[in-house]
Design a protein around this ligand. Structure first.
Ligand code: SF4
Ligand code: FES
Length: 371
């Protein structure tokens, strides 16, 4: 029998004021005029609750771009769902924060890219460091706990001590130190972003020291850099196992990166109820459980631990989503990861970074307003 999903990632829009080098959103962003309208999102939220979902993460792009965010949060709250906002903080005002909390928002996660305006611009190509500091204050003053997130890579790992200081000074209660996962735009910039082994070891030592020092004040979490691990991460806890994503245009995916897998057809919430999508759609069934696995996973003792790793990474690196994640040392494609790691530890100069640009700026539909 299929589990009920636990979490819904509601990607309300791909519009975003930042241009991050590591963005894992698909290369083809959905434009505003293809976004789901308010009524459809309200229905999706209700159907998610009926399906057993307990948490909704409102994300994007930048979800604050949507003028109906409060309405959607209120509906989730009425359905007794836990609501979390994943935001760059840009566009957040005191009044907006009040309205979001009034609608029932339970928590917010604010992203930062660096510890100074200059280091932030180097990664996000957006002169908004001061706005992020302001947003942190607004979130705290609204009564929500301040959760923060920083994506770590070659360009900022050596500044980790100082990044943690900034998050501490801004009042973060929890800080997720997420080593870059190489999907979408991030994969395009992989040679710019992939750190050296020494750099990672130094940063991990900083993390361990600061975790102890800050215990009781700020919780630090270290998300593993999987290119340097012998085994892959149990991505999404297994394909279509406990959560799913609805993209801005209403396409439902077992994970936020699956849009990149060519040759798979994913269902849309516009044409069928979530219950049927979750339980019956061929795309959700494709890699559920362990029956689909090829060797070496099929006969591996870790197959119920990491589920063969990440389907999107397997596709991105080999062109076949059904292969063992090349991060795994047992994968016949492991050389693809090993070679990238070798280059990151060589003296070869890194290529120029390529900043991401947003989806085409068409006029907003009913549901959207500017940040
Ligand atoms: Fe995981 Fe497959 Fe590697 Fe075994 S062979 S560790 S199941 S990815
Ligand atoms: Fe899609 Fe891992 S990101 S399965």
């Amino acid at each position: 029998m299929t589990n009920a999903p636990y979490g819904l990632l509601a990607e309300l829009t791909h519009q975003c004021p930042l241009h991050c080098l590591y963005c894992s959103n698909p290369l083809a962003l959905r434009p505003r005029d293809e976004e789901l309208g308010t009524e459809d999102w309200l229905r999706v939220i209700r159907e998610a609750a009926e399906l057993g979902v307990l948490q909704v993460h409102f994300s994007g792009g930048e979800p604050l771009v949507r003028g109906d965010l409060e309405e959607l949060i209120a509906e989730a709250d009425r359905c007794e769902l836990y609501t979390n906002l994943i935001t760059s903080g840009l566009g957040l005002t005191e009044n907006r924060a009040k309205a979001l909390v009034g609608a029932g928002l339970n928590s917010a996660q604010l992203s930062v890219q660096g510890d100074t305006p200059e280091s932030t611009d180097q990664i996000a190509d957006s002169k908004r460091f001061d706005k992020k500091r302001e947003a942190a204050g607004i979130i705290r003053d609204s009564g929500l706990p301040l959760n923060m997130n920083v994506v770590l890579h070659r360009l900022n790992l050596d500044r980790l001590d100082s990044i943690i200081d900034v998050c501490d000074a801004w009042g973060a209660e929890r800080l997720e130190l997420a080593n870059t996962q190489y999907y979408g735009w991030g994969l395009r910039n992989r040679e710019v972003l992939l750190p050296s082994r020494d750099q990672l070891a130094r940063a991990e030592a900083v993390y361990r020291r600061r975790k102890q020092e800050l215990a009781g004040r700020m919780e630090l979490l270290w998300i593993l850099p999987d290119y340097y691990e012998p085994y892959p991460k149990p991505c999404m806890g297994g394909w279509a196992h406990s959560s799913f994503t609805v993209a801005p245009d209403g396409t439902a995916y077992p994970c936020p990166v699956a849009a990149e897998i060519d040759g798979m057809t994913f269902p849309s919430v516009r044409t069928g109820p979530l219950e049927r999508i979750w339980a019956e759609s061929p795309a959700f069934q494709a890699f559920r459980g362990t029956d689909w696995m090829p060797d070496p996973c099929r006969s591996c003792s870790r197959k119920e631990i990491d589920f063969g790793g990440c389907r999107c990474q397997a596709f991105a690196l080999t062109g076949d989503a059904a292969r063992t994640d090349p991060v795994c040392v047992h994968s016949p494609d492991h050389h693809l990861v090993r070679d990238a790691v070798q280059r990151a530890n060589s003296d070869d100069p890194a290529p120029e970074p390529v900043f991401r640009r947003s989806a085409s700026p068409r006029p907003p539909g009913r549901a959207a307003s500017g940040p």
